[in-house]
Design a protein around this ligand. Structure first.
Ligand SMILES: Cc1ncc(COP(=O)(O)O)c(C=O)c1O
Length: 441
């Protein structure tokens, strides 16, 4: 039998009500009691009861500074009063008309005012649904089958969006190549077989855990145009988070198609696909029968998501929340990296308003801490997963909820005091891991 783990025992002891819920959850949910792959944890993630601003509270009364933020969706922080008010008002007026309504028109107009590439818009229940429709539309429009995507980019769990070769997934028309190599893209597209190139805005995995260069993004529209392939930019994470105009405004490109989700609907479930009117015209009943794409979906443009989306997009205008989140994330990277250097830790933070924590040998010290400190195989080394999980647990014990001990999403509700507390929790956690012998460097 393995040694009892003091950390896990202390964590469990302090969370008896979460432990009780988790025991019941294990009898219900096959992924060790979790309802999302990123919530699987040893022994379990805390069971939350309330959230506000940058904080959330579990059923045992523990408070956490939250950097999960609804899987990165909540750039305004939890329960922004304007979004709450919009949801409450709409709940009283009707949660689902199953019919046309003015909110869908207003929300789409707001999205277009922020992202002018949205000549036409289609709503969905989630970000991956928007990606799936993007593939369908591209195939119908081009008459081609193949999809080109990039290593370590995440687009959802559905067949062709999942990692290539995922058990149970159909993906025979999918080709995956490394990003950052325009010539390699050209070699693939030149045969004229690819319907669509799908790329994650901001870089691979939660807005750039695996960096993608600005130059690469800028090369893609022309490469695709020259070979009759459509470009689908996945801005499910970056849409309205990186800037009011999304990642496309940051790198200065106009994709044929864009998917958004997460922040777009202010924290309620929704997604949207938008882009060129001529490309999306395959969704029109007037499209030629051989091209025509039909779109159902019980939850498309439900009034609740539209109301929340309008409230959120109104706040995004002008970029204030994005700048506030980015300022705190910049401060966090600066202070955390200073602390790592001071204590001689082999660790660095990089990224933008979503901060990635790297544990391991530092190959380079970029002058600009938006840049990664090591090569991709180091950044994505699966052998480091247990280390991050251990760190995650230490951070939770110190009142910090991160994404798997790897990613810290910032919002406009985070402040300097939160940053200071988080850096201190990180330092204490690393010291504790050194003391218990779980941090090998
Ligand atoms: C870049 C990206 N695209 C698509 C998705 C899928 O969105 P959803 O979970 O809303 O289906 C995600 C989810 O995390 C994502 O990070």
């Amino acid at each position: 039998m393995s040694e009892p783990d003091a950390l896990i025992e202390a964590y469990r002891r302090q969370r008896p009500r979460s432990a009780e819920l988790h025991a019941r959850a294990r009898e219900l949910f096959p992924a060790q009691g979790a309802t999302h792959f990123s919530r699987v944890h040893n022994p379990f993630r805390p069971y939350m009861v309330r959230a506000e601003g940058a904080r959330k509270w579990d059923i045992d009364g523990h408070e956490y500074l939250d950097y999960v933020l609804g899987h990165g969706a909540l750039i305004l922080g939890h329960s922004h009063p304007a979004v709450v008010e919009a949801i409450q008002r709409q709940a009283g007026l009707g949660v689902h008309f199953g019919d046309n309504h003015g909110l869908e028109v207003e929300w789409a107009e707001r999205i277009r005012s922020l992202m002018p590439a949205a000549e036409r818009i289609e709503f969905f229940a989630s970000g991956q649904e928007a990606n799936q429709m993007g593939l369908r539309v591209a195939r119908a429009r081009t008459g081609r089958r193949k999809l080109l995507k990039f290593q370590h980019n995440y687009h959802g769990w559905a067949d062709e969006l999942a990692a290539k070769g995922s058990p149970g997934a159909l993906d025979d028309a999918v080709t995956v190549i490394p990003a950052n190599d325009p010539e390699l893209v050209e070699r693939h597209l030149s045969g004229g077989e690819f319907a669509v190139v799908l790329v994650e805005g901001g870089g691979g995995r939660v807005s750039g855990r695996v960096p993608t260069t600005v130059e690469f993004f800028q090369a893609l529209p022309d490469l695709c145009r020259r070979h009759g392939t459509l470009l689908l930019l996945d801005e499910v994470v970056t849409g309205f988070r990186e800037a009011a105009g999304g990642w496309q405004s940051v790198v200065g490109i106009v994709p044929d198609l864009t998917s958004i989700g997460k922040a777009a609907s202010g924290g309620l479930g929704a997604g949207a696909l938008f882009g060129r009117a001529d490309v999306l015209s395959v969704l029109s009943p007037a499209a030629p029968a051989a091209q025509r794409v039909v779109h159902g979906g019980t939850w498309n443009a439900v009034p609740m998501s539209c109301a929340a989306g309008i409230a959120a997009c109104t706040l995004y205008q002008g970029g204030g929340p994005q700048q506030a989140a980015r300022a705190m994330a910049d401060r966090f990277r600066r202070d955390a990296n200073a602390m790592f250097r001071r204590i001689g830790a082999n660790a660095r933070c990089y990224g933008r308003s979503i901060v990635h924590l790297y544990l391991g040998a530092v190959d380079r010290e970029p002058a600009d801490d938006t840049q990664a400190p090591a090569a991709v195989d180091q950044l994505m080394d699966p052998a480091k997963t247990p280390l991050h999980q251990r760190l995650d647990l230490h951070l939770l014990l110190r009142g910090v909820a991160s994404m798997r001990g790897e990613v810290f999403c910032f919002s406009a509700a985070h402040d300097a005091a939160a940053v200071t507390r988080t850096v201190a929790a990180l330092e204490e956690s690393l010291a504790a891991m050194v003391a218990e012998g779980t941090l090998p460097f």
